[in-house]
Write a protein that binds this ligand. Structure first.
Ligand code: SF4
Length: 453
């Protein structure tokens, strides 16, 4: 951009926004109390932070933690342990298990010593399951104010957790928030629920029940608490968490419940959770799918990486959507590259897979390793240097070889990630060198050209 252009850009920015460039989109993280779960063996996971601890010492906000939940029966010990191992390998920081029956809490005694991640017992209806889970050595309890309401029962759980420094998540859910026992109250709440302002009434009921429930914890001087308030409706999730964030200083566990299959559930979840996280709200997340929970972990991590809420582990893959200029089977290539990178690359190497040299280089700017395909061939670049021009059938192996070599060089300290960018030179204004494909075929391309075709 020329000088005059930059001046105008600066003027527009300063007129439009009253804060610095790097906070244009992301709001600062909301400070909360901090809770910690886990032990020496499985490790400790901090949640939230930014406010002083009970001794007045400052706390640093912890990275947003990723949770998921086992899909099988907890009493099936071997299957449950296998599932938890898969989740841990995928990057889950915390795993929740359902404990509807005593045989489930009994199983926890065998499960917990075999896993390397803090375990949360998900308790509904039966407060005894919470007490049994605490005895079994669980690292956190989830209680639902919609179905464990007896004050003495809640107090019993609070006291057991307090004795062992076990945090409790108070998890309100839209689906279980309407009164069940008191018939008159139920009719009143249902009347509001189905009124024309359903969204607002539902939000009000969720907040009121949460406040009522939290009074029990405050009265017991128990603050080792995390809060959630989930719904199937992403807009309600955004509104209710925004409201809760103003009323409580406890860390928040975010989630869109019953979000559906991965294909649509990802959209529902990321719309709500991404909005909240970008606004600085949220300390742990669970994306929930009617699918393999490993996808929940992978997608939650990718969301946090994209929002800059976690340091990326493993390669970052960008790829073009393809268009009428494509001359290789890019979709298959991208999937194969994705799988191989996941298994072979630990460092956050940025890899770009582009369908052609026409627009590709501009999109791939900043990639450490990039491939630009065309004419059934691919040119591979490593930090801006052209290292290969190979036929289509060799692209995958060569690209991965270059990624692995690059990773080793980074580890040896010879190069740094993101040090050199793809070198972009001005577009070929009159197309005298022909199309991108023709340039590759003719061996004319040493430096990639960027520009619209
Ligand atoms: S990189 Fe090339 S093939 Fe891919 S979308 Fe852009 S112009 Fe089309």
């Amino acid at each position: 951009m020329q000088a005059a252009g930059w001046e105008r850009f600066d003027r527009v920015i300063s007129q439009s926004f009253r804060f610095s460039y790097n906070t244009l989109i992301m709001n600062p993280r909301r400070p909360t109390r901090q809770i910690t779960l886990g032990d020496d063996r499985v490790g400790r996971v901090r949640i939230g932070g930014g406010l002083p601890d009970p001794n007045g010492n400052p706390t640093e906000p912890a990275p947003v933690a990723v949770q998921t939940m086992t899909a099988g029966y907890t009493y099936d010990v071997d299957a449950c342990v296998t599932e938890i191992h898969k989740m841990t390998a995928a990057g889950a920081d915390i795993v929740r298990v359902a404990v509807p029956k005593k045989q489930d809490t009994e199983a926890l005694k065998e499960i917990i010593p075999q896993v390397q991640v803090p375990i949360v017992a998900d308790v509904h209806f039966h407060y005894q399951r919470a007490l049994e889970a605490v005895e079994a050595g669980v690292h956190k309890i989830r209680l639902n104010p919609g179905n464990i309401t007896d004050r003495d029962q809640v107090n019993a759980v609070i006291d057991a957790c307090k004795e062992r420094s076990i945090p409790i998540r108070v998890g309100v859910n839209e689906g279980s928030i309407i009164e069940r026992k008191d018939k008159q109250k139920r009719m009143e709440e249902l009347g509001k629920y189905f009124s024309e302002h359903k969204h607002g009434h539902l939000l009000a009921i969720m907040i009121a029940k949460l406040e009522e429930y939290m009074d029990i914890f405050e009265a017991r001087d128990f603050h080792d608490v995390c809060i959630s308030a989930k719904s199937m409706d992403p807009t309600l999730v955004i509104d209710v968490y925004t409201e809760i964030s103003k009323r409580f200083d406890y860390p928040l566990h975010l989630g869109v419940t019953h979000a559906g299959p991965k294909e649509t559930g990802a959209i529902r979840s990321v719309v709500a959770l991404g909005t909240l996280l970008a606004n600085g709200i949220g300390d742990t997340v669970r994306i929930s799918y009617a699918s393999d929970p490993v996808y929940e972990v992978e997608d939650a991590l990718e969301m946090l990486y994209c929002l800059g809420k976690r340091e990326r582990k493993g390669a970052e893959l960008i790829a073009c959507p393809t268009c009428g200029r494509i001359q290789v089977d890019l979709f298959s290539l991208v999937q194969e590259v994705r799988h191989k990178l996941a298994s072979d690359i630990d460092l956050p190497i940025k890899v770009a897979v582009m369908g052609c040299v026409v627009n590709g280089p501009g999109e791939a700017e900043g990639a450490d390793v990039a491939i630009f395909a065309g004419d059934r061939r691919g040119i591979i670049y490593v930090q801006g240097e052209r290292v290969a021009n190979v036929p289509e059938e060799e692209i995958l192996d060569r690209l991965l070889e270059e990624c692995r070599n690059f990773q080793e060089r980074v580890r040896r300290g010879e190069v740094k990630l993101g040090e050199k960018k793809v070198d972009i030179i001005p577009p070929d204004p009159i197309g005298e060198l022909g199309s991108g494909e023709a340039k590759i075929a003719a061996g004319l391309v040493d430096q990639v050209t960027v520009g619209k075709s």
